[in-house]
Design a binder for this molecule. Structure first.
Ligand code: 26W
Length: 852
């Protein structure tokens, strides 16, 4: 009887249109006659969501029934971007001829057309879900896509920030932050689950009811402040599968409990205020990338999220009535950096205090459950919490950490009896002044069975630098590598549909099954020398460059910066990523200044523009990225880029040979336009500082070539695509320490090229009103030890850029061949490969496939 009443998915034009109109007229309470693109976006999303929810339910039921081991990916950031186009691509409907399935995108596009809307315009109405800073958050988004695609029973857990990463405006060349209130029109993709709410406690004190004084005995934490965590679910559809996984984000709400003590004392206002404060916990994403500020509210966010997520995970585990000892066979929890490390402590607290397990039995379960991914070696990014602040907010957790540390150090002492220095170095508690600090990375290592870095070089580096002593204690085996990857669905198919289609034709896979097995791209290599194919390849790139030129024109109030006539003859040289001194955008803009001055000098010496163009052919230098609001030097770099753009772009004498563009508010949806349009992209961090990088992979997957240092995943990209197809330069990471040491103790030795550039900046050429504006940037190199080694790498950077020009302008067919061969060998960097590696070597989980 019930099956008759089952909700049905839309399967054809008519079905979609019925749903769409239904949502317009009832859910949105509008009529089709006053339905604008925004309403059409909402109604389309709700219609698509209906289908996803049906598959979501089926997926969850299947998993409950089979009860396999599940993965929980804990990340404080999920940089999802837009959902609709991705859902349309991933979700399948039956082909009109009834022979098999196809992506629903064409169907929905056609249906919308009939109703008088253009899908492209409708898609543009969706705001980005920008709940992340950069690499780490986007990696989490790629991973949930791949886990769904591979039918891994996996949930993501995070926070539902009201404000994502700020929107960046550029005013007079300076970054200005404005709030990203992304939920303004409501979010059709979220399912509010008011019935799933978890109380979370802070502050208070610890009591031991047994009268036992040992902190190892079950204890009771009598909390002070209490808030509720309410679940919001976001469906995560896999590609060419009916699996729909879940991303659960928590929102903080006041409890319905009321502080009667305050109320009765007449302090009604304060009582309400305190409740209001609850919501501030999930109000805003911290906008720091690779920098630890140590704010109490951030610790509150972390505990709020870990406590709610663990409660949820344990509730689900308890449904299967298995003994606690089997918890690690049912549950794998991945810590995305140290941000969720409190979950380790919370699980131990639940097992000891609530479930009354023996301390050591509990700890054994904890360690088997967790694993930790490190994403950075930068000292200033490593999380540490002062014990005072921590103990006030989480008194019982502090006790547990001390006990964990005590047993850990005892173990170390047994193994290395005479090494007192070692004990101090590996202690989870740092004896620092003015106050002791908890080293979260060390806690994460001790509380996990596996620790991984995100690219081979990085994974080696953590073993020899920040975690060296832990290798001594635990041995090599605990430390492993899983090189990052990206989802080819979003970063090839969605961002670059023309290239995806051309590839499908070339390798005789029109249904684009290669997006599930990127090793099949190697078949492209056969075509690398085929002039017809090269021409088609080049045409796709040219079309994508036109789209980027359109975006740049729109940003510039409708005025073109890049000469339309010469787009396919202009090298698009792109660096888009968070602005950070270690990523060296300053070196890039110094290179641009050098080029500009060189062009000017040749002209002055009487060369014709044609002659100049031989040495310095057309180039557009394109930048984008946000700076942390409090990061002074990064903001100054943004200002310098904009100031240089102002001078260069308005210099008539150089006749469009060089253009400089800063694209404001770089985000996922802008990346989807920018990345497919690159000829060359820059990944030029000081060797040893960029853990992996993931945009490098995205650019290569879209047929762009790379100029880069021997750092992060650039190393493996080189190995996969071949060293002929990448432009590497600069010092190696093993020499960085010595080079830095030399800078400290010797007079700065400036290469003449850099000297010319720095002097020009200091002359006030780019800031006539305030000639010393950029002094901090030039001083950091000349006076303050050049920590990021710009002076050591600048000459080889310039020389390599010259080589780039020669190949791009002098041997275009060679260039295109390199581009094709790169894509042919980029398969390794699919995040599907990452998820396979995590599943096999860290999580020990298997797919749960839907029945065919
Ligand atoms: C505590 C402040 C803070 C905030 C964010 C510290 C550290 C972070 C992140 C771990 C920084 C980050 O996003 N790291 C990047 O992670 C990417 C995914 O693994 C790598 O590709 C990048 O190289 C790395 O910088």
């Amino acid at each position: 009887v019930w099956s008759k009443h089952q909700v049905k998915k839309f399967e054809d034009n008519e079905g979609f249109q019925q749903r769409f109109i239904g949502h317009v007229e009832t859910t949105l309470a509008r009529s089709l006659y006053n339905c604008d693109d925004l309403a059409a976006y909402e109604a389309t999303s709700l219609s698509v969501r209906d289908n996803l929810i049906i598959n979501w339910n089926a997926t969850q039921q299947r998993i409950t029934a089979r009860d396999p081991k599940r993965v929980y990916y804990l990340s404080l950031e999920f940089l999802m971007g837009r959902a609709l186009d991705n859902a349309l691509i991933n979700m399948e409907v039956e082909k009109p001829d009834g022979k098999g399935m196809e992506s629903s995108r064409a169907l929905v596009s056609k249906s919308l057309d009939d109703l008088g809307f253009r899908l492209e315009d409708v898609l543009e109405k969706e705001p980005d879900a920008a709940l992340g800073n950069g690499g780490l958050g986007r990696l989490a988004a790629c991973f949930v896509d791949s886990m769904a695609t591979q039918n891994i029973p996996a949930w993501g857990y995070g926070l539902r920030y009201e404000y994502g990463i700020f929107a960046q405006k550029i005013i007079d060349g300076y970054q200005v932050e404005t709030p990203d209130y992304w939920l303004n029109f409501g979010d059709p993709w979220e399912i509010e689950r008011n019935e799933i709410h978890v109380p979370v406690t802070f502050y208070g004190y610890v009591d031991r009811p047994s009268g036992d004084t040992s902190t190892l005995a079950p204890s009771e934490w009598i909390g002070g402040e209490r808030v509720l965590a309410v679940a919001y679910d976001f469906p995560v559809p896999g590609y060419k599968t009916s699996t729909v996984n879940n991303l659960r984000l928590w929102k903080a709400k006041p409890t319905t409990e009321f502080d009667f003590a305050k109320f009765n004392s007449g302090d009604y206002k304060n009582s309400v205020d305190q409740q209001q404060r609850a919501e501030s916990i999930t109000a805003v994403l911290y906008p720091n990338d690779n920098f630890n500020q140590g704010k109490e509210l951030r610790l509150k966010q972390q505990y709020f999220w870990c406590a709610a997520s663990l409660h949820d995970i344990i509730r689900r585990f308890k449904k299967s009535h298995k003994p606690w000892s089997e918890f690690p066979e049912q549950v794998a929890i991945q810590l995305n950096d140290t941000h969720p490390t409190l979950a380790v402590v919370e699980l131990q607290r639940i097992l000891v205090d609530m479930e009354k397990l023996d301390w050591h039995a509990a700890w054994d379960i904890v360690v088997k459950t967790f694993s930790y991914t490190n994403h950075t070696v930068m000292q200033e990014a490593l999380e540490k919490w002062p014990v005072g602040l921590f103990g006030k907010l989480l008194p019982r957790h502090l006790e547990i950490i001390y006990d964990v540390n005590w047993f850990f150090l005892k173990e170390v002492e047994k193994k290395f009896p005479k090494d007192l220095g070692l004990l101090g170095r590996v202690s989870i508690i740092e004896e620092a002044s003015p106050e002791r600090q908890i080293r979260m990375a060390f806690l994460a290592i001790v509380g996990s069975h596996k620790v991984n870095g995100v690219a081979e070089l990085h994974s080696e580096l953590i073993k020899t630098t920040i975690f060296q002593d832990f290798v001594k204690v635990y041995g090599e085996k605990k430390f492993t590598n899983v090189t990052n990857g990206i989802t080819p669905r979003r970063w090839l198919k969605q961002a670059n549909p023309k290239l995806a289609e051309l590839i499908g034709q070339a390798i005789d896979d029109p249904d684009e099954n290669y997006l599930l097995d990127m090793s099949r791209l190697t078949e492209l290599a056969k075509k690398a020398d085929d002039p017809d194919f090269q021409e088609k390849w080049d045409k796709v790139k040219a079309a994508n460059k036109v789209q980027l030129a359109d975006l740049i024109r729109d940003i510039n109030n409708g005025v073109d910066i890049i000469d339309r006539e010469h787009i396919n003859n202009t090298l698009f040289d792109i660096q888009v990523k968070r602005i950070h001194e270690y990523k060296r955008q300053q070196m890039n803009i110094f290179g641009v200044i050098y080029r500009y001055l060189a062009i000017k000098r040749l002209l002055k010496e009487g060369a014709s523009i044609k002659e100049v163009a031989k040495k310095y052919p057309r180039k557009a230098s394109i930048f984008g990225g946000k700076s942390a609001p409090g990061y002074y030097m990064a903001k100054l770099i943004i200002k310098l880029i904009n100031s240089v753009a102002e001078v260069v772009n308005n210099d008539k004498e150089i006749q469009d040979l060089l253009k400089v563009v800063f694209i404001p508010d770089y985000n996922v949806s802008k990346a989807e336009i920018i990345i497919p349009a690159s000829d060359l992209s820059e990944h030029i961090s000081t060797a040893g500082t960029e853990a992996s990088g993931t945009s490098n992979m995205k650019f290569v997957m879209n047929g762009g070539l790379i100029i880069g240092t021997v750092d992060g995943a650039n190393v493996e990209i080189t190995r996969e695509i071949g060293e002929d197809n990448i432009f590497l330069f600069g010092n190696l990471s093993e020499n960085v320490e010595e080079l830095r040491y030399n800078h400290q103790f010797h007079e700065a030795e400036m290469p003449t090229e850099l000297d010319v550039v720095l002097k020009c900046i200091e002359s006030g050429k780019f800031c006539p009103d305030n000639a010393s504006e950029f002094r901090p940037l030039t001083d950091s190199i000349k006076q303050h030890g050049d920590y990021y080694l710009v002076s050591d790498d600048f000459e080889s950077y310039l020389a390599t850029q010259e080589l780039v020009d020669e190949v791009y302008h002098g041997q275009r067919q060679e260039w295109i061949k390199k581009s094709i061969l790169s894509v042919a060998n980029v398969g390794f960097f699919s995040s599907d490969r990452c998820i396979e590696e995590y599943s096999e070597t860290i999580w020990n989980v298997e797919p749960v496939k839907p029945e065919e």
